[in-house]
Design a protein around this ligand. Structure first.
Ligand code: PMP
Length: 409
Protein backbone atom coordinates (compact mmCIF):
# COMPACT_ATOMS: atom_id res chain seq x y z
CA UNK A 1 0.00 0.00 0.00
CA UNK A 2 1.26 3.46 -0.83
CA UNK A 3 0.31 6.14 1.64
CA UNK A 4 -2.53 8.57 1.07
CA UNK A 5 -2.31 12.24 1.85
CA UNK A 6 -4.65 14.84 3.12
CA UNK A 7 -6.53 16.19 0.07
CA UNK A 8 -5.00 19.64 -0.22
CA UNK A 9 -1.86 20.90 1.50
CA UNK A 10 -1.65 24.03 3.63
CA UNK A 11 0.32 26.04 1.08
CA UNK A 12 -2.05 24.96 -1.66
CA UNK A 13 -5.08 26.07 0.33
CA UNK A 14 -3.46 29.39 1.21
CA UNK A 15 -2.47 30.04 -2.42
CA UNK A 16 -5.97 29.20 -3.60
CA UNK A 17 -7.38 31.70 -1.12
CA UNK A 18 -5.02 34.43 -2.34
CA UNK A 19 -5.52 33.52 -6.00
CA UNK A 20 -9.30 33.74 -5.61
CA UNK A 21 -8.91 37.41 -4.81
CA UNK A 22 -6.58 38.44 -7.65
CA UNK A 23 -6.95 35.77 -10.37
CA UNK A 24 -10.53 35.34 -11.59
CA UNK A 25 -11.91 32.00 -10.43
CA UNK A 26 -8.58 31.23 -8.78
CA UNK A 27 -7.34 30.03 -12.16
CA UNK A 28 -8.78 29.72 -15.66
CA UNK A 29 -8.79 27.54 -18.76
CA UNK A 30 -7.44 24.00 -18.77
CA UNK A 31 -5.15 24.82 -15.87
CA UNK A 32 -8.17 25.20 -13.60
CA UNK A 33 -7.71 21.92 -11.75
CA UNK A 34 -10.78 22.54 -9.60
CA UNK A 35 -12.79 21.77 -12.76
CA UNK A 36 -11.69 18.14 -12.70
CA UNK A 37 -10.53 17.25 -9.22
CA UNK A 38 -10.81 17.91 -5.51
CA UNK A 39 -7.36 16.52 -4.80
CA UNK A 40 -4.99 17.63 -7.57
CA UNK A 41 -2.81 20.58 -6.62
CA UNK A 42 -3.31 23.77 -8.57
CA UNK A 43 0.19 25.03 -7.92
CA UNK A 44 3.53 23.42 -8.73
CA UNK A 45 6.93 24.56 -7.53
CA UNK A 46 9.33 22.38 -9.47
CA UNK A 47 9.82 19.38 -11.69
CA UNK A 48 12.59 16.96 -12.49
CA UNK A 49 12.48 14.11 -14.97
CA UNK A 50 9.11 12.40 -14.58
CA UNK A 51 8.37 14.05 -11.24
CA UNK A 52 6.71 17.31 -10.24
CA UNK A 53 6.53 18.89 -6.81
CA UNK A 54 3.59 20.94 -5.58
CA UNK A 55 3.57 24.06 -3.41
CA UNK A 56 3.62 21.92 -0.26
CA UNK A 57 6.65 19.97 -1.37
CA UNK A 58 4.66 16.87 -2.27
CA UNK A 59 6.06 14.87 -5.13
CA UNK A 60 3.98 13.38 -7.95
CA UNK A 61 4.94 10.93 -10.65
CA UNK A 62 3.81 12.89 -13.65
CA UNK A 63 1.68 11.43 -16.43
CA UNK A 64 0.65 14.79 -17.91
CA UNK A 65 4.08 16.23 -18.82
CA UNK A 66 2.62 19.73 -18.41
CA UNK A 67 -0.16 18.71 -20.86
CA UNK A 68 2.37 17.74 -23.49
CA UNK A 69 5.36 20.06 -23.54
CA UNK A 70 7.83 18.00 -21.49
CA UNK A 71 8.88 15.38 -24.01
CA UNK A 72 12.38 14.89 -22.58
CA UNK A 73 11.22 15.28 -18.98
CA UNK A 74 11.23 18.23 -16.62
CA UNK A 75 14.41 20.20 -16.01
CA UNK A 76 16.29 18.43 -18.77
CA UNK A 77 20.03 19.16 -18.38
CA UNK A 78 20.77 19.43 -22.11
CA UNK A 79 17.88 21.79 -22.76
CA UNK A 80 18.72 23.79 -19.64
CA UNK A 81 22.32 24.17 -20.78
CA UNK A 82 21.18 25.49 -24.17
CA UNK A 83 18.84 27.98 -22.47
CA UNK A 84 21.46 29.18 -19.99
CA UNK A 85 24.03 29.51 -22.74
CA UNK A 86 21.70 31.71 -24.80
CA UNK A 87 20.50 33.63 -21.73
CA UNK A 88 24.01 35.02 -21.34
CA UNK A 89 23.67 36.58 -24.78
CA UNK A 90 20.08 37.75 -24.56
CA UNK A 91 16.62 36.47 -25.34
CA UNK A 92 14.33 39.12 -26.77
CA UNK A 93 16.43 41.25 -29.12
CA UNK A 94 15.70 43.77 -31.88
CA UNK A 95 16.10 41.16 -34.56
CA UNK A 96 15.54 37.45 -34.90
CA UNK A 97 18.15 35.18 -33.44
CA UNK A 98 20.25 33.33 -36.03
CA UNK A 99 19.02 30.25 -34.18
CA UNK A 100 15.72 30.65 -36.08
CA UNK A 101 17.47 29.84 -39.34
CA UNK A 102 19.34 26.93 -37.83
CA UNK A 103 16.15 25.52 -36.31
CA UNK A 104 14.12 26.04 -39.50
CA UNK A 105 16.81 24.10 -41.38
CA UNK A 106 16.69 21.27 -38.85
CA UNK A 107 12.88 21.14 -38.87
CA UNK A 108 12.71 21.12 -42.67
CA UNK A 109 15.27 18.34 -42.67
CA UNK A 110 13.20 16.37 -40.13
CA UNK A 111 9.71 16.79 -41.64
CA UNK A 112 9.46 15.43 -45.19
CA UNK A 113 6.33 17.47 -46.03
CA UNK A 114 8.04 20.72 -44.96
CA UNK A 115 9.84 22.97 -47.39
CA UNK A 116 9.83 25.91 -45.01
CA UNK A 117 9.01 26.75 -41.39
CA UNK A 118 7.97 29.82 -39.46
CA UNK A 119 7.79 30.24 -35.72
CA UNK A 120 5.31 31.64 -33.25
CA UNK A 121 4.53 31.15 -29.57
CA UNK A 122 1.94 28.44 -29.20
CA UNK A 123 -0.38 26.03 -30.92
CA UNK A 124 -3.22 28.47 -31.42
CA UNK A 125 -0.92 30.88 -33.24
CA UNK A 126 0.27 28.06 -35.47
CA UNK A 127 -3.20 26.76 -36.40
CA UNK A 128 -4.53 30.28 -36.93
CA UNK A 129 -1.58 31.06 -39.19
CA UNK A 130 -2.34 27.92 -41.21
CA UNK A 131 -5.97 28.94 -41.69
CA UNK A 132 -5.02 32.49 -42.64
CA UNK A 133 -2.45 31.18 -45.11
CA UNK A 134 -4.99 28.81 -46.65
CA UNK A 135 -7.43 31.67 -47.14
CA UNK A 136 -4.71 33.85 -48.63
CA UNK A 137 -3.70 31.06 -50.99
CA UNK A 138 -7.20 30.26 -52.20
CA UNK A 139 -9.06 33.53 -51.82
CA UNK A 140 -11.83 31.43 -50.23
CA UNK A 141 -13.34 31.54 -46.75
CA UNK A 142 -14.80 28.21 -45.61
CA UNK A 143 -12.86 25.86 -43.35
CA UNK A 144 -13.90 22.28 -42.63
CA UNK A 145 -13.31 21.26 -39.01
CA UNK A 146 -14.11 18.04 -37.16
CA UNK A 147 -16.96 18.20 -34.70
CA UNK A 148 -15.56 18.50 -31.17
CA UNK A 149 -11.92 18.96 -32.22
CA UNK A 150 -9.87 21.39 -30.17
CA UNK A 151 -7.75 23.85 -32.13
CA UNK A 152 -7.32 26.60 -29.55
CA UNK A 153 -9.25 28.94 -27.30
CA UNK A 154 -9.70 31.97 -29.55
CA UNK A 155 -13.08 33.01 -30.92
CA UNK A 156 -12.69 31.61 -34.46
CA UNK A 157 -12.31 28.04 -33.17
CA UNK A 158 -13.15 27.90 -29.44
CA UNK A 159 -15.45 25.01 -28.56
CA UNK A 160 -17.31 26.76 -25.80
CA UNK A 161 -17.48 29.81 -23.59
CA UNK A 162 -19.27 33.08 -23.32
CA UNK A 163 -18.29 36.08 -25.41
CA UNK A 164 -18.15 34.31 -28.74
CA UNK A 165 -20.58 35.49 -31.40
CA UNK A 166 -21.92 33.41 -34.27
CA UNK A 167 -20.08 35.46 -36.87
CA UNK A 168 -16.75 34.47 -35.29
CA UNK A 169 -17.32 30.94 -36.55
CA UNK A 170 -19.62 31.54 -39.51
CA UNK A 171 -17.13 30.15 -42.02
CA UNK A 172 -16.56 26.85 -40.19
CA UNK A 173 -18.37 23.79 -41.51
CA UNK A 174 -18.27 20.65 -39.39
CA UNK A 175 -17.66 17.06 -40.34
CA UNK A 176 -17.36 13.90 -38.26
CA UNK A 177 -13.82 12.61 -37.63
CA UNK A 178 -13.07 9.38 -39.55
CA UNK A 179 -16.28 9.79 -41.59
CA UNK A 180 -15.19 10.72 -45.09
CA UNK A 181 -18.73 11.01 -46.40
CA UNK A 182 -19.44 13.74 -43.84
CA UNK A 183 -16.36 15.66 -44.98
CA UNK A 184 -17.46 15.37 -48.60
CA UNK A 185 -20.89 16.70 -47.64
CA UNK A 186 -19.27 19.58 -45.75
CA UNK A 187 -17.12 20.37 -48.80
CA UNK A 188 -20.24 20.40 -50.97
CA UNK A 189 -21.84 22.83 -48.56
CA UNK A 190 -18.80 25.08 -48.90
CA UNK A 191 -19.12 24.91 -52.67
CA UNK A 192 -16.83 27.35 -54.45
CA UNK A 193 -15.82 28.97 -51.16
CA UNK A 194 -13.69 26.18 -49.63
CA UNK A 195 -10.31 27.34 -48.32
CA UNK A 196 -9.09 24.59 -46.00
CA UNK A 197 -9.70 21.19 -44.51
CA UNK A 198 -8.44 21.21 -40.94
CA UNK A 199 -7.80 17.88 -39.24
CA UNK A 200 -5.91 16.45 -36.27
CA UNK A 201 -3.73 13.35 -36.69
CA UNK A 202 -6.11 11.38 -34.49
CA UNK A 203 -9.30 12.08 -32.60
CA UNK A 204 -8.28 13.29 -29.17
CA UNK A 205 -11.34 15.27 -28.11
CA UNK A 206 -11.93 15.95 -24.46
CA UNK A 207 -14.18 13.52 -22.56
CA UNK A 208 -14.22 10.76 -25.14
CA UNK A 209 -12.07 7.77 -25.95
CA UNK A 210 -9.29 8.54 -28.38
CA UNK A 211 -9.62 7.25 -31.91
CA UNK A 212 -6.74 6.54 -34.26
CA UNK A 213 -7.13 7.87 -37.77
CA UNK A 214 -8.57 5.56 -40.38
CA UNK A 215 -6.01 5.55 -43.19
CA UNK A 216 -8.72 5.63 -45.85
CA UNK A 217 -10.21 8.69 -44.19
CA UNK A 218 -6.83 10.46 -44.21
CA UNK A 219 -6.24 9.53 -47.85
CA UNK A 220 -9.78 10.61 -48.66
CA UNK A 221 -9.22 14.06 -47.12
CA UNK A 222 -6.02 14.41 -49.14
CA UNK A 223 -7.90 13.54 -52.32
CA UNK A 224 -10.78 15.85 -51.39
CA UNK A 225 -8.36 18.74 -50.90
CA UNK A 226 -6.69 17.98 -54.23
CA UNK A 227 -10.02 17.74 -56.03
CA UNK A 228 -11.43 20.98 -54.60
CA UNK A 229 -8.23 23.04 -54.47
CA UNK A 230 -8.54 23.35 -50.68
CA UNK A 231 -5.48 23.39 -48.45
CA UNK A 232 -5.08 20.32 -46.22
CA UNK A 233 -4.00 21.54 -42.77
CA UNK A 234 -2.80 19.05 -40.16
CA UNK A 235 -3.16 20.32 -36.61
CA UNK A 236 -0.29 18.31 -35.15
CA UNK A 237 -0.04 20.54 -32.07
CA UNK A 238 -0.91 17.91 -29.48
CA UNK A 239 0.83 14.96 -31.13
CA UNK A 240 3.95 16.91 -32.15
CA UNK A 241 7.05 14.67 -32.21
CA UNK A 242 5.56 11.93 -30.01
CA UNK A 243 4.19 9.75 -32.82
CA UNK A 244 6.78 10.46 -35.48
CA UNK A 245 9.42 13.17 -35.73
CA UNK A 246 8.58 13.64 -39.41
CA UNK A 247 4.93 14.51 -38.67
CA UNK A 248 2.18 12.33 -37.28
CA UNK A 249 0.78 11.26 -40.66
CA UNK A 250 4.16 10.49 -42.16
CA UNK A 251 3.92 6.80 -41.20
CA UNK A 252 0.64 6.50 -43.12
CA UNK A 253 2.02 8.38 -46.11
CA UNK A 254 -0.47 11.26 -46.13
CA UNK A 255 1.23 14.63 -46.36
CA UNK A 256 -0.54 17.85 -45.47
CA UNK A 257 -0.01 21.13 -47.32
CA UNK A 258 0.40 22.97 -44.03
CA UNK A 259 1.01 21.66 -40.52
CA UNK A 260 0.86 23.28 -37.10
CA UNK A 261 3.17 22.12 -34.31
CA UNK A 262 3.80 23.26 -30.75
CA UNK A 263 3.61 21.70 -27.26
CA UNK A 264 6.91 19.76 -26.93
CA UNK A 265 8.93 21.52 -29.64
CA UNK A 266 11.11 23.27 -27.07
CA UNK A 267 10.58 20.93 -24.10
CA UNK A 268 8.50 23.46 -22.18
CA UNK A 269 9.67 26.76 -23.63
CA UNK A 270 6.97 28.64 -25.56
CA UNK A 271 7.23 27.84 -29.24
CA UNK A 272 4.88 27.03 -32.09
CA UNK A 273 5.77 26.25 -35.68
CA UNK A 274 4.05 26.18 -39.04
CA UNK A 275 5.54 24.14 -41.83
CA UNK A 276 4.38 23.98 -45.41
CA UNK A 277 4.96 22.98 -48.97
CA UNK A 278 6.63 25.05 -51.66
CA UNK A 279 3.25 25.71 -53.24
CA UNK A 280 2.27 27.78 -50.18
CA UNK A 281 5.46 29.78 -49.83
CA UNK A 282 4.06 32.88 -51.52
CA UNK A 283 0.76 32.70 -49.65
CA UNK A 284 2.38 32.52 -46.23
CA UNK A 285 4.72 35.35 -47.20
CA UNK A 286 1.72 37.49 -48.10
CA UNK A 287 -0.04 37.32 -44.73
CA UNK A 288 0.86 39.50 -41.77
CA UNK A 289 1.55 37.52 -38.62
CA UNK A 290 3.78 38.48 -35.74
CA UNK A 291 3.97 38.93 -31.98
CA UNK A 292 6.19 40.75 -29.50
CA UNK A 293 7.84 37.56 -28.34
CA UNK A 294 7.67 35.40 -31.44
CA UNK A 295 11.38 35.58 -32.14
CA UNK A 296 12.66 35.10 -28.59
CA UNK A 297 15.96 33.25 -28.64
CA UNK A 298 15.57 31.05 -25.54
CA UNK A 299 12.78 28.88 -26.98
CA UNK A 300 14.73 28.50 -30.20
CA UNK A 301 17.83 27.41 -28.29
CA UNK A 302 15.68 24.98 -26.32
CA UNK A 303 14.02 23.69 -29.48
CA UNK A 304 17.34 23.06 -31.19
CA UNK A 305 18.55 21.12 -28.16
CA UNK A 306 15.25 19.20 -27.96
CA UNK A 307 15.10 18.20 -31.61
CA UNK A 308 18.80 17.33 -31.66
CA UNK A 309 18.20 15.03 -28.71
CA UNK A 310 15.07 13.52 -30.25
CA UNK A 311 16.87 12.87 -33.54
CA UNK A 312 19.30 10.59 -31.73
CA UNK A 313 16.42 8.14 -31.86
CA UNK A 314 16.21 7.00 -28.25
CA UNK A 315 13.34 9.04 -26.87
CA UNK A 316 10.44 7.73 -28.97
CA UNK A 317 11.21 4.04 -28.30
CA UNK A 318 11.47 4.83 -24.56
CA UNK A 319 8.03 6.46 -24.63
CA UNK A 320 6.51 3.59 -26.57
CA UNK A 321 8.01 1.02 -24.23
CA UNK A 322 6.83 2.97 -21.19
CA UNK A 323 3.40 3.36 -22.70
CA UNK A 324 3.02 -0.35 -23.35
CA UNK A 325 4.23 -1.21 -19.87
CA UNK A 326 1.79 1.26 -18.37
CA UNK A 327 -1.11 0.09 -20.52
CA UNK A 328 -0.50 -3.59 -19.77
CA UNK A 329 -0.12 -2.88 -16.07
CA UNK A 330 -3.28 -0.79 -15.87
CA UNK A 331 -5.26 -3.38 -17.82
CA UNK A 332 -4.24 -6.11 -15.39
CA UNK A 333 -4.97 -3.93 -12.37
CA UNK A 334 -8.37 -2.82 -13.58
CA UNK A 335 -9.36 -6.43 -14.26
CA UNK A 336 -8.13 -7.58 -10.88
CA UNK A 337 -10.26 -4.90 -9.21
CA UNK A 338 -13.28 -5.85 -11.30
CA UNK A 339 -13.36 -2.76 -13.54
CA UNK A 340 -13.85 -2.71 -17.29
CA UNK A 341 -11.70 0.08 -18.71
CA UNK A 342 -10.97 1.37 -22.20
CA UNK A 343 -7.41 2.35 -22.98
CA UNK A 344 -7.24 4.25 -26.23
CA UNK A 345 -4.91 6.22 -28.46
CA UNK A 346 -1.22 5.68 -29.02
CA UNK A 347 0.56 4.23 -25.98
CA UNK A 348 2.79 7.31 -25.64
CA UNK A 349 -0.34 9.48 -25.34
CA UNK A 350 -2.48 7.24 -23.16
CA UNK A 351 -6.06 7.65 -22.13
CA UNK A 352 -8.09 5.50 -19.75
CA UNK A 353 -11.83 5.59 -19.29
CA UNK A 354 -14.17 3.32 -17.36
CA UNK A 355 -17.00 1.43 -19.02
CA UNK A 356 -20.51 2.57 -18.08
CA UNK A 357 -19.18 5.82 -16.68
CA UNK A 358 -20.99 8.47 -18.75
CA UNK A 359 -20.51 11.23 -16.19
CA UNK A 360 -16.88 10.25 -15.47
CA UNK A 361 -17.63 9.58 -11.82
CA UNK A 362 -15.36 6.55 -11.68
CA UNK A 363 -12.64 8.18 -13.78
CA UNK A 364 -12.63 11.19 -11.51
CA UNK A 365 -12.60 9.14 -8.33
CA UNK A 366 -9.69 7.07 -9.64
CA UNK A 367 -7.71 10.14 -10.79
CA UNK A 368 -8.31 11.81 -7.43
CA UNK A 369 -7.19 8.68 -5.58
CA UNK A 370 -4.09 8.54 -7.78
CA UNK A 371 -3.29 12.16 -6.94
CA UNK A 372 -3.56 11.54 -3.21
CA UNK A 373 -1.16 8.63 -3.72
CA UNK A 374 1.29 10.75 -5.70
CA UNK A 375 0.46 10.14 -9.36
CA UNK A 376 -0.60 13.10 -11.47
CA UNK A 377 -3.02 12.04 -14.22
CA UNK A 378 -6.22 13.36 -15.74
CA UNK A 379 -9.68 11.77 -15.61
CA UNK A 380 -10.87 12.74 -19.11
CA UNK A 381 -8.00 14.22 -21.11
CA UNK A 382 -5.24 12.13 -22.66
CA UNK A 383 -1.93 11.89 -20.79
CA UNK A 384 1.57 12.29 -22.19
CA UNK A 385 4.72 10.26 -21.65
CA UNK A 386 8.28 11.49 -21.92
CA UNK A 387 11.77 10.11 -22.36
CA UNK A 388 12.08 10.30 -18.56
CA UNK A 389 9.45 7.56 -18.14
CA UNK A 390 11.79 4.69 -17.54
CA UNK A 391 10.67 1.24 -16.40
CA UNK A 392 11.23 2.03 -12.74
CA UNK A 393 9.06 5.16 -13.03
CA UNK A 394 6.28 3.19 -14.68
CA UNK A 395 6.51 0.48 -12.02
CA UNK A 396 6.32 3.08 -9.26
CA UNK A 397 3.29 4.61 -10.96
CA UNK A 398 1.64 1.21 -11.23
CA UNK A 399 2.21 0.47 -7.55
CA UNK A 400 0.20 3.58 -6.74
CA UNK A 401 -2.51 3.22 -9.37
CA UNK A 402 -3.24 -0.26 -8.09
CA UNK A 403 -4.08 1.22 -4.71
CA UNK A 404 -6.05 3.96 -6.43
CA UNK A 405 -8.26 1.33 -8.10
CA UNK A 406 -8.84 -0.19 -4.68
CA UNK A 407 -9.99 3.23 -3.47
CA UNK A 408 -12.69 3.56 -6.15
CA UNK A 409 -16.06 2.47 -4.89
N1 PMP B 1 -4.55 22.21 -31.40
C1 PMP B 1 -4.55 21.11 -30.63
C2 PMP B 1 -4.85 19.78 -31.26
C3 PMP B 1 -4.28 21.20 -29.26
O1 PMP B 1 -4.30 20.11 -28.49
C4 PMP B 1 -4.01 22.48 -28.71
C5 PMP B 1 -3.69 22.63 -27.25
N2 PMP B 1 -4.22 21.70 -26.41
C6 PMP B 1 -4.02 23.59 -29.55
C7 PMP B 1 -4.29 23.43 -30.89
C8 PMP B 1 -3.76 24.96 -29.02
O2 PMP B 1 -2.44 25.05 -28.61
P1 PMP B 1 -1.99 26.14 -27.52
O3 PMP B 1 -2.72 25.83 -26.27
O4 PMP B 1 -0.52 25.95 -27.42
O5 PMP B 1 -2.34 27.48 -28.08
Amino acid sequence: MTSTRQALGEQESALRGRAGRVIPGGMYGHMNVAAFSDTHPQFMRSGNGARVVDADGREYLDLMCSWGPMILGHNHPGVNAAIVDQLGRGDCLDGTSPLAVEYAELLVDTIPAANWALFCKNGTDAVTTCVTTARAATGKRKVLVAQGAYHGAVPWCALRGEGIVASDQEHLIHYEYNDLASAVTAAEEAGEDLAAILVCPMRHDIKRDQEMVDIEFARGLRALADRTGAVLVLDDVRCTHRLDLGGSWEPIGVRPDLAAYSKPLANGQPLGAVTGSDALREAVRSIYVTGSFWTGALPLAAALATLTELRKGEALPIMERAGRRLRDGLAAQAASHGFVVNQTGPVQMPMLSFADDPDFRLARAWAEAAATRGVYLHPWHNWFLSAAHTDDVIDAILARTDDAFADVV
